[in-house]
Structure formats: structure tokens, C-alpha cells
Design a binder for this molecule. Sequence first.
Ligand code: ZN
Length: 441
Amino acid sequence: MPGWAPVLGPVLRVAVVLVPALKASRMAAHSMASRALKNPYRDHDGSAACSQGLFDQHGGVLQLELTADFAGRLRSKISELLSHMENGLKSADPRDCSGYTGWAGIALLYLHLHSVFGETSYLQRALDYVNRSLQRLTRRTVTFLCGDAGPLAVAAVVHHRLQKSQEAEECVSRLLKYHQDVVKGSRNLPDELLYGRVGYLYSLVFVNQQFGQEKIPMQYIQQICDAILASGESLSKKRRMQQQSPLLFEWYQEYYVGAAHGLGGIYYYLMQPDFGVGEERLQGLVRPSVDYVRQLKFPSGNYPPCIGDSRDLLVHWCHGAPGVVYMLLQAHKVFGGDGYLADALQCGEVIWQWGLLQKGYGLCHGTAGNAYTFLALYKVTGDPKYLYRACKFAEWCMDYGKHGCRTPDTPFSLFEGMAGTIYFLADLMQPQKSKFPAFEV
Ligand SMILES: [Zn+2]
């Protein structure tokens, strides 16, 4: 079994990208406002006139339809950006197999475009890119986004759609070879999404959802959840935190809070009703741990990147409200009451105000990733205000490159660059079905 701790080598890329940004942010006396561009849009005022030209407000809750004009604008921008992306990818790192910055991410985008638009040429592109990825597996990292499970899971689905069942089976069986090691957690496997257990878990869920059947038995998923819970209980005990948070998780000696490396991302999975956590552990372990994260909320409504970090700076999917919101909405679905939803709605306000990021238009720490918050809120509340806000952030993204934003290290990739923006614009075409890629279940 290859090791997964990102100590050296190209797989470290993601860690390097995320962590120094964070450390630098702690040193700078900046604010959320300095990292965002001023939101120039008028907010939704509750009237149907407000959404005119974007979507039709006559439909029932969750049946709002984009206008033909707006859908056409999205469609033509998608084509335009795709051709930019294809051109840009000619100079991308040929060795990067990953979903986050490499070929598997591009394959996932094309698979998504095939789902949304039904054009077979997209499926062929997905096959080409995933084959490129499979030739360059890390043999070290096991997750969907940064390791080998993503390429294998995406390849399984592409072959399945092409009705190549033998190839699909082979990918699934290669994917499952990692399972026992993930459960055992040898070589200090973390639990978080980018490098840890939930990142592998997502690969299994992705296969089942895309195949539309329980291709991978739920016991596999439950066993991973059991291992995550045991790991979280053990760390909480070791740090004498059981009273505050019966579960606790760390990555690189920090207790991260957000979706990419932290507690919010892990708890989002542990609250999925089919994953076998069960009522007793949900109420006794997960719920108080979720409540512990809730009380880390800043007065603004945003969340810190790590426990103990008092600087309210980052409004990213990876660190801050745009990632934590998924945990809050899932807690609302599972536990009910008004508190979780109120906190989630507050995330929506933070992101509307400070979510148009200097860092660009990507998913991980960019405007497209932040826009998914509004789609998530729309799916739960049915409130047209959130669809409106998602459309406005999409308009911002459609002015790609015109705001003087930073260019990411991998400008065409799924998680940092243009592929992610295209993914979001395509998802907006079918808002009820939208899901933050490689994360949302
Ligand atoms: Zn990020």
C-alpha cells in the first residue's frame, strides 16, 4: 500500500497551496473586505421583477426555471471558456493525475457536461482525460481529489456510461483494493477530505450515485465511518476535549474547521443518513461536535480556518463559511430546529457580502465555489433570493478575467481554475440537481 502522507513530491502541491496562504493571512492585518471585491449587485428584494431576465418566478418552490435568454448566455459562455481551457491545458503539468489540479478534474468536468447537455462528444473527452490521469497515478494518496481513488472512480463511471462493463468493473475492483488500508488507517492516514478517509469515502459514494445502484455495498461505507468515529473519539480523549467536543480531528497538527481539511467537511459526511452512523452515535458524538463548531462562529457569521484562530479573514469553500454551510444544512435536515438553519442563512449573508474573491473564479478559494453556497441554500429553502444570488455570482464569473483578480497556480484546473468555473455555470442550468463537485453528496 503506498503511503499517503503528503511529505514530499508533487502531491504536496495542494497542501502547499492552502497552508502558506493561511499562515500569511495570519500575519497580515487584513480583513475579509480586503480579500474580496465589492459586491456591485443589488440584492434580491422579494419581488418577481428583481429576477426578471434571470429566471421565471411563476413556478412553485424549487421549480424556478432559468429564462431562455439567461440559459443561452450561460451556454455560450460555457463554450467560450471551454475553448480557452482546452488551449490553456496544452501547457498544464502532464504528470498531475489529480481531480484537484490535474487530469481527473478535467475528466470530471466533461462527465458533468455530458450529464447536463447529453452530448456524446463530452463523454469521449472525459475518457481521453481520465486515461491520461490513469497513466500517472500517485501510488501514494488515496482520495478522490488528490489521489488515485478519484481517477479510478471517474474512469469506472465513464466506462459504465460507454457500456464498457468489463473496464468499469476493473476500475471498481482496483478502487476497492484500497479499502482495508483506509479502514485500518496505516501510515497516519488523516480523516479529512483532501488527503484522508472521507476523501476515499466520497469515491465510493460517487460510484454508487453515478451507477444509480448500490454498486459498492453500504458496509464498505459504514466501515470507513466507524474508523473515522473511532479516530475522532480517540483524539478528543487524548486532548481531554470530550466535554466540549466528543469528536476531534487534526491535519498537520492543526484542528481545521472548513470543508477541505477540517471538522465541517468530516461531520457533513457523518450526518448522511445512509452511511450507517446510527441514531445513538449521531446524537451522542456527532451532534455535540457539530455544536462545538457552531460556537466557533465569528460575530460576522463566518468561521475560523482552525480552532483558536481569531482572525476573521477567509471566506472560501476550503476555509470559512462557504464550506461550513454544508455541515449546518445537513444538521438542519437531520436534527431539525431553527438554530442550524439560522447559522446557515447567516453564511449566505457573509458570502453575499464578501464572497467575490480577489483570488479568482475557482471552486476551492474562488467565486464559483462560494456561489455553490447559494445553490445549497436554495435547494433547502426554495427561496428565490438564493437562486438570484447564485445567478449574480454567475454573472460575475461570466466576466471572467475582467476584475483584476489573481491568476491561480493552475489556471485551468477544476479546483483552482477555469474548469471549476465552467462546472458551476453548467450546474446552474439545473439548480435543483446542483452539487459542489467531489464533495456534496
Ligand atoms: Zn482553497
